[in-house]
Design a binder for this molecule. Structure first.
Ligand SMILES: *Cc1c(COP(=O)(O)O)cnc(C)c1O
Ligand SMILES: [Zn+2]
Length: 394
């Protein structure tokens, strides 16, 4: 594999061993592998980064495992950070900004993970990639696999949204729709993987999805003129983006580009809130949710394997966790669309709804800068949002 100069292999978050870049989970203990860098070998100044065009997440090439010229990319990332004055006034904080990930090639931030994971797959010589997904990751994987000339095998639960399913087909992916929920799709995927030699681009199987998603934090901090936001509220499922962004902030601090870390908040639906429950109970690991039930498919993850890492990030950054009901989440999506114009996906609106709840609890200072992640465009959920309105006679 051709890697960037400072990339120093994959480090197991459980046993600390280092491995070559072509590994997935730790061969010794099964732990998650995390790309490591020799930060001393990276010299990046604020001015140097600002001089680069804001054109793609690959503009942070030195802090990514693979060179930009090797990347399977559609210029994903470099999304706007949109000022939302009405939300700030309603929440009683200084500023609210929405990082609008809906403006990625396939309409969600899953593109950031798949561009890096697919680059690794292509460099490993994979002919086929596979994953189980609630929807957006499958759509993104099918798109990037097509671009890489690799076959894709996508396992989705029947509850996945129509757009996700349609677009996996349109990108030429081999799609298996499994009755039930994400766990059922995961089981069908695991059975298939026992038989096939497919390269996994699944959550925390590939070490490269959180690595791609981390670029959201580089961007928002640079977009804020290197002012670190006081709080980042993230709709949390597997926690890939959350651990990625926390890592990114610690890297910027390590490089001397910032001093503080943003407080990371996990927002979930009360119908499936294993991280919130573990955080509130002071636990190191979650208890799986037996009967998950939320309309927010992207975060209906009852058994997030990386929970100890997620919980560490919340605590280390001085953040927290918050759950709100689906009803409030859908209302928040509609309020943001109506008041700010931003088309916020149903799942993503857990971040808006969670931020409102945190604001009400007095968690934010009156001059705080709060960033909400709109992880996917509302286009994908327009049926869900519209039927919520219809249910109210609108
Ligand atoms: C996948 C997904 C999430 C959750 O992402 P994690 O990083 O795995 O927690 C949130 N929102 C949307 C729209 C998603 O597709
Ligand atoms: Zn290990």
């Amino acid at each position: 594999m051709e890697t960037t100069a400072a990339f120093a292999g994959l480090s197991c978050i459980d046993c600390g061993e280092r491995f070559e870049p072509d590994h997935q989970r730790c061969p010794d203990c099964g732990g998650i592998l995390d790309p490591a860098y020799d930060y001393e070998a990276i010299s990046l100044s604020r001015a140097e980064l600002e001089d680069r065009p804001f054109d793609s997440m690959w503009r942070y090439e030195e802090l990514l495992p693979f060179p930009r010229e090797m990347a399977i990319t559609m210029d994903e990332g470099a999304t706007p950070l949109v000022e939302c004055e009405k939300l700030a006034a309603e929440m009683g904080v200084g500023r609210v900004l929405i990082k609008d990930e809906g403006r990625n090639p396939t309409g969600s931030f899953k593109d950031r993970g798949q561009t890096v994971a697919m680059t690794a797959a292509a460099q490993s010589g994979a002919s086929d990639i596979a994953l189980a997904s609630a929807g957006n990751a499958g759509q993104a994987a099918a798109a990037y696999a097509g671009r890489a000339g690799v076959d894709s095998h996508v396992f989705l639960p029947s509850r996945a949204g129509f757009t996700n399913k349609a677009m996996v087909n349109v990108h030429g992916g081999d799609m298996t729709v499994v009755g039930g929920r994400i766990g059922d799709a995961g089981a069908a995927y695991a059975d298939a993987m026992d038989e096939e030699e497919w390269y996994s681009v699944g959550t925390f199987v590939t070490p490269y999805r959180h690595e791609g998603k981390k670029t959201m934090a580089y961007e928002m901090i640079e977009q804020l003129g290197w002012e670190v936001p006081d709080a980042v509220v993230y709709p949390t499922g597997g926690g890939v983006g959350l651990v990625g962004m926390h890592k990114a902030a610690t890297e910027l601090r390590e490089l001397g580009l910032i001093e503080e870390l943003p407080a990371m908040y996990a927002a979930q639906s009360s119908g499936c809130a294993p991280i919130v429950e573990a955080f509130e109970d002071g636990k190191e690991r979650h208890d799986p949710v037996e009967y998950p039930d939320t309309i927010c498919g992207g975060i209906e993850i009852p058994d997030p394997g990386a929970s100890p890492w997620i919980l560490d990030c919340l605590r280390e950054s001085g953040g927290g966790a918050v759950a709100t009901d689906d009803e409030e989440i859908l209302e928040s999506a509609i309020a943001v669309a109506k008041g700010e114009g931003i088309e916020m996906g149903a799942t993503c609106a857990a971040a808006a709804s969670g931020a409102w709840e945190l604001a009400e609890r007095g968690e934010f200072d009156s001059d705080a800068t709060v960033v909400l992640l709109n992880t996917a465009t509302a286009n994908k959920d327009s049926d869900v949002l519209r039927s919520h309105l219809m249910g109210k006679g609108i």
